[in-house]
Design a protein around this ligand. Structure first.
Ligand code: NAD
Length: 280
């Protein structure tokens, strides 16, 4: 059994980006907006800022109060849409309940939508011809590539059907020629479906969602879930200790998929910069 090291793979991606930026004197700019003081969001935003600094990007943080109105937030996005120093705009989710997330996502100019959350990007992922990669699913594909795990013709089961993880994950696996089953909270016989899987990607958000009896010997198990256990520590969806005895490859939490999401965000920001500056 091999433990997939997301820290190592993400480090390599960021090193490649930093080298390209330095060599060419590029100045990609990412604006990160956070509304309110959700502690998990704060951690994610800090990690994104750190990654920007590491890659040699210019980054700007906009920390807005919880009671910021939707029109104030959209006005900021519209200003950043016009700002030539900013190539990517990211609005950390979730937003406070009085703000319509969809309206905010759609306000970001498509050329700067480095999270690839807007409807046009999501549609392009389905077709398989997209500018910006959906960060978390693309991070999973990078991990599979790095470890030479061939998905072509394999049975891949994705658990979770959110627009930002489950659905695009299923599409990327499909584009890589896997036979994909997309499961969710209403799926009957989840255990039986998983037991036939060569590759399981869990994006549920519940500790214990994937137990050892759901995994066949030799399966590849990718855990996207980020949960807090009763001791306040980060834990994935997968019953890691038991499942690692059966899996051929497994991602830990933390240190698996999480760092990859940020590395792909950096790739997308560099891509946005090159597109905006018309660099090949
Ligand atoms: P979500 O709540 O939008 O979606 C969860 C999905 O799980 C739903 O589609 C639901 O149908 C499915 N589900 C719920 N209970 C189930 C059950 N009992 N059996 C089968 N399916 C079930 O969440 P999301 O935004 O897709 O995130 C999923 C998890 O991934 C969360 O823990 C989140 O924190 C984590 N996440 C991690 C990263 C990362 O970078 N590693 C990025 C995004 C999300």
């Amino acid at each position: 059994m091999t433990i997939i090291n997301g820290k190592e793979v993400s480090q390599k991606l960021k090193d490649d980006i930093a080298a390209e930026v330095k060599e060419n004197g590029y100045t990609p700019g990412l604006a990160v907006i956070i509304v309110g003081d959700d502690p998990a969001s704060r951690v994610y935003v800090n990690n994104k800022k750190k990654a920007c600094a590491y890659c040699g990007f210019h980054s700007e943080e906009y920390a807005l109060a919880e009671n910021t109105t939707q029109s104030e937030l959209i006005a900021l996005i519209e200003r950043l849409n016009q700002d030539e120093n900013i190539d990517g705009i990211l609005c950390q989710l979730p937003l406070p309940r009085h703000i319509d997330e969809k309206a905010v996502i759609e306000a970001i100019a498509p050329a700067k939508d480095v999270d690839a959350f807007c409807e046009a990007d999501v549609g392009k992922v389905m077709i398989g011809n997209y500018t910006f990669s959906p960060c978390t699913p693309a991070g999973v594909m990078e991990l599979l590539k790095y470890y030479h795990i061939d998905v072509s013709g394999k049975n891949a089961v994705v658990i979770g059907r959110s627009n930002i993880v489950g659905k695009p994950m299923a599409m990327l696996l499909l584009h890589a020629d896997a036979t994909v089953t997309l499961c969710h909270s209403k799926t009957a016989d989840l255990k039986d479906i998983c037991r036939r899987a060569d590759i399981i990607v869990s994006a549920v958000g519940r500790i214990g969602a994937v137990s050892a009896d759901m995994v066949r010997d030799g399966a590849v198990v990718i855990d996207v879930g980020i949960n807090r256990n009763s001791e306040g520590k980060l834990q994935g969806d997968v019953d890691y200790e038991a499942v690692k005895e059966k899996a051929s490859y497994i991602t830990p939490v933390p240190g698996g998929v999480g760092p990859m999401t940020i590395a792909v965000l950096m790739q997308n920001t560099l891509k946005a910069y090159k597109n905006n500056k018309k660099i090949d």
